[in-house]
Design a protein around this ligand. Structure first.
Ligand code: LMR
Length: 397
């Protein structure tokens, strides 16, 4: 049965972690996967999470099946976080939200639903995009193409190219947009650019699918939700997948969501019924623990306030690491100007290093980044940054 099965290539991101784990170099640093580590290089267990778990443990709750669409209090909290508690879409009940297995799960539930709805639509992702976007929408049955995004020469966004692609895309084309903290480049659209993107999506009758996996890691929770607000204001229907993997440091709990903004409450009920079929036929219903943690935090005012402080702490530390990275490269005699790294936002930096340089960093120094040149700034700390910058200095020399 399996004699002709070919060996699949390693995952470009998670496969690198496998290689990192196997590496015996004591100085190794994993700047591959998008994970936030604290200044001691440890994965944080947030205090708000610990407090929520203590509350949950004290309640000694049994573990029955959840509803197909997840914990009701979780879904409601996600809606409030993403759209605003007092927002018109939430108040009018026209958002369909389901608990999903991380942001990836939210994307996939949305992709499967979209594929049934409009099987001939194409999907456009940014060039470049998160490696898994192309694979995920392709697996869902779509033809995936790209719209221009990164301008290597300018160290920024090829916005004219992006807009031209949107303005020439056929009606119904699904446009996958990074709501904030663009992965992998770290370059986000300005408010004025979002206005133009939203206008193009509306004029061309495109379908916006926002991926918001890093809310709170750019400027702040509300600020990072700007794209969502602009799409709401446009009056268009759209999809948004969200995740607490990073913002609650709950990576392994797979706690995310898909929200679909519909025209009215009745439409939202029908869309929800279809999303439930996708979920039921894939994994039946989501797990309890992570969703319960997130719901407890978001629905308990003091835990919510604590979370916002802890998230701000992570965001600030990443910014400090960006500045330190630029300064230390300069101090180590690197001629090339890396100051663009401080213009980027979120966990990632498109460093501009070539594939050969990334391979050398990995093989000679045990410094792991994605071959595209993406490095996770959130994994730098005051203890490893000298080694990382020395290593970069050697490969760019
Ligand atoms: C990343 O881009 O590194 C993260 O989103 C983790 C993942 O699942 O790829």
């Amino acid at each position: 049965l399996f004699h002709a099965v070919e060996m699949a290539p390693r995952d470009p991101i998670l496969g690198l972690t496998e290689q990192y784990v196997a590496d015996t170099n004591p100085k190794k640093v994993n700047l591959g996967v998008g994970v936030y580590y604290d200044d001691n290089g440890k994965l944080p267990l947030l205090e708000c999470v610990q407090k929520a778990e203590e509350k949950m443990m004290a309640a000694h709750a049994a573990r029955g099946y959840l509803p197909i669409d997840g914990i009701a209090a979780y879904d409601a909290a996600v809606k409030s976080l993403v759209f605003g508690a007092d927002s018109e879409p939430v108040k009018s009940g026209r958002v369909a939200t389901v608990q999903a297995l991380g942001g990836t799960g939210g994307l996939r539930v949305g992709a499967d639903f979209l594929r049934k709805l409009n099987p001939s639509a194409k999907v456009l992702i940014s060039d470049p995009s998160w490696e898994n976007h192309r694979a995920l929408f392709t697996q869902a049955g779509f033809t995936v193409e790209t719209y221009p995004y990164y301008d290597a020469a300018k160290k920024g966004i090829n916005f004219d190219g992006m807009l031209t692609a949107l303005n020439t895309a056929p009606a119904g084309t699904v446009i996958v947009l990074h709501a904030c903290c663009h992965n992998p480049t770290g370059y986000d659209l300005t408010a004025a650019q979002w206005d133009q993107v939203v206008a193009a999506v509306k004029a061309r009758k495109l379908v916006a699918f926002l991926d918001m996996a890093y809310q709170g890691f750019g400027q702040g929770i509300a600020e990072d939700g700007l794209a969502v607000q602009k799409f709401v204001a446009s009056g268009e229907d759209f999809f948004v997948s969200t995740s607490f993997s990073k913002s609650l440091s709950l990576y392994g709990e797979r706690v995310g969501a898909l929200s679909v903004l519909c025209a009215d409450k009745d439409e939202a009920a029908r869309v929800l019924s279809q999303l439930k079929i996708v979920i039921r036929t894939n994994y039946s219903n989501p797990p309890t623990h992570g969703g319960q943690i997130a719901a407890t935090i978001l629905n308990t005012p003091e835990l919510r306030a604590l979370w916002e402080r802890e998230l701000a702490g992570m965001r600030t530390r990443i910014k400090e690491m960006r500045t330190a990275l630029v300064e230390k490269l300069k101090a180590k005699g690197v001629q090339r100007d890396f100051s663009f790294i401080t213009q980027q936002v979120g966990m990632f930096s498109y460093s501009g290093l070539t594939k050969d340089q990334m391979v050398r960093l990995r093989n000679e120094f045990g410094v792991y980044g994605i071959e595209s040149g993406r490095i996770c700034v959130a994994a730098l700390n005051t203890k490893n940054i000298d080694y990382v910058t020395e290593s970069i200095a050697k490969v760019v020399a």
